[in-house]
Design a protein around this ligand. Structure first.
Ligand SMILES: [Fe+2]
Length: 491
């Protein structure tokens, strides 16, 4: 019997432990689609701790199993002498197995570490495919934003055919940047354009709206609260998958035979990310919407989670990333309160902040906008994140502040989210409809039954609004693309 070398014993255990840890971590990463270390960095230790601890425990169990196998099958005589068994393990690891484990550790570690969000951020690997918004005339202009991995010149090439993108537009600053925003103006109405943004070698396309007088039907997609949730095991594995599933169903169901989307734009009623202060959340959100947003305008009503810092409310950043990434018009002096028109519809989108509140200045702006332009449009939609009433605790002053406006200006529809379910309420006296569409991906809430509702359900869903003249036909789809609610509105 050779002499026990304790150093080799400990070395063997260390290497086996490391290898086991990485293997388990990698398997967990693949299964749950997230990185534990990334979560620790981005969300603090609370959420990551439980899972991390479990993984470490599983790693230790694997080491124990290895030692147990040695005890059982190789050296029965060591059954009662754990030190001798460990010595054997150490001996094995100190030889060829040791080299093998070190090499595999380096490979696994390199692969894993380079995929971590914080290193991804450090290495600038945060490309965001182009995404479209409307800031001006929807028939003749479009706003294209994207993020490149490295600072590069801000330009796009575009044209009417995809093999010849004849026109090059450079952003005004001319500086090399990573975040890019370019406005295309003087476009032809109802025309398909092809474009490529600098830094991303793919050709996308979009279609301008027809002139309002030529627009027979306005079609748009509505959903919200697509963020994944704070519960790690139930979160990224489950919730982000639901947003992705909804997007897949939209693509399946809302595409024409010529391959173009059969809708004009997407409206998201907010809580698009878990934590607005975390860049990685935005990267994930942008990856998810890259199947829609490069092709049709994507309009967002800022939600309370866009204000979060880590998992907490009350971050000091004032939805800075919402401002950073998303460009809407600045008609109110704040681009998170904006309005746009499509065909015979006007949409006023406003930000109800972290706690579902409206400021008098916002109400004044909404009233001024309606006073000036309501008469030009058949339909007026108010869009914001927090419902005027719903099943949650009363958290807002919205209802009292906005109902006079709704009556005075004959607002047709209010579109909201925040509660993770679906609610439809029609006030026949005001001829006004209040919608909660918060089933876009976050953990679902219970079905709401508190106040008189025409329909309510707890399920993941998206809505398709089709406005033709003085009538609207609305369908709400579940994840099987089955219609779970449909209704008609008339003005
Ligand atoms: Fe919310």
């Amino acid at each position: 019997m050779r002499k026990i070398n304790k150093i080799k014993v400990y070395l063997g255990i260390l290497i086996a432990g490391l290898a086991s840890f990485w293997v388990v971590l990698l398997i967990a990463t693949q299964i749950f689609g997230f990185s534990v270390i990334g979560l620790i960095i981005e969300y603090g230790v609370d959420d990551a701790y439980t899972l991390g601890a479990n993984i470490i425990i599983i790693g230790h169990l694997i080491i124990g199993l290895q030692i147990g196998l040695v005890l059982k099958y190789k050296f029965p005589e060591y059954k009662k002498n754990i030190i001798k068994a460990l010595d054997y393990a150490g001996k094995g690891f100190s030889g060829g197995l040791c080299v093998f484990l070190i090499i595999t550790n380096i490979i696994f570690s390199s692969w894993y570490l380079t995929s971590l969000p914080f290193l991804v951020e450090l290495t600038n690997d945060r490309e965001k495919a182009p995404y479209l918004t409307w800031v001006g005339n929807t028939s003749t202009s479009i706003c294209i934003s994207w993020e490149s991995n490295q600072p590069i010149e801000s330009y796009i090439e575009y044209g009417l055919i995809n093999v010849s993108l004849g026109t090059k537009i450079t952003a005004g600053t001319g500086k090399n940047e990573k975040n890019h925003t370019i406005f295309l103006n003087n476009l032809q109405p109802n025309t398909k354009y092809f474009y490529r943004v600098n830094g991303i070698n793919k050709i996308y396309n979009f279609r301008t709206m027809a002139h309002p007088s030529q627009t027979k039907t306005v079609r748009f997609i509505l959903y919200g609260d697509n963020r994944y949730d704070t519960h790690i095991l139930a979160g990224p594995f489950k919730d982000s998958c639901f947003h992705t599933a909804i997007l897949k169903k939209i693509i399946e169901n809302q595409i024409r035979s010529d391959g173009e989307f059969d809708f004009n734009f997407t409206l998201n009623v907010g809580d698009v990310v878990l934590s607005g202060g975390v860049d990685y959340n935005w990267n994930q959100f942008h990856r998810e919407i890259s199947c829609l947003a490069p092709y049709r305008a994507y309009m967002i009503a800022c939600g309370n989670h866009e204000f979060y810092q880590g998992n907490e409310e009350g971050g000091p950043h004032e939805a800075a990333n919402m401002h950073k990434y998303w460009t809407y018009n600045n008609s109110s002096g704040d681009e998170l309160n904006y309005w746009f028109t499509v065909g015979n519809c006007m949409f006023i989108v406003y930000n109800t902040g972290q706690y579902g509140t409206l400021k008098p200045s916002q109400v004044a702006w909404i009233n001024e906008t309606l006073e000036s332009y309501r008469k030009n449009y058949d339909w007026a939609f108010l869009v914001n994140h927090h419902p005027y009433y719903g099943c949650g605790q009363p958290s807002s002053n919205i209802t009292t502040m906005i109902m006079e406006t709704i009556k005075k200006y004959n607002v047709s529809v209010s579109l909201t989210g925040h509660e993770h379910n679906y609610q439809r309420y029609h006030d026949s006296i005001l001829n006004w409809t209040h919608i909660v569409s918060g089933g876009g991906g976050a953990d679902l809430s219970e079905r709401c039954t508190r106040h008189p509702l025409n329909f309510s359900a707890s399920l993941y869903h998206y809505m398709v609004w089709e406005v033709t003249g003085n009538s609207s036909y609305v369908q709400t789809f579940n994840l099987n693309n089955e219609i779970i609610d449909n209704f008609k509105l008339y003005i």
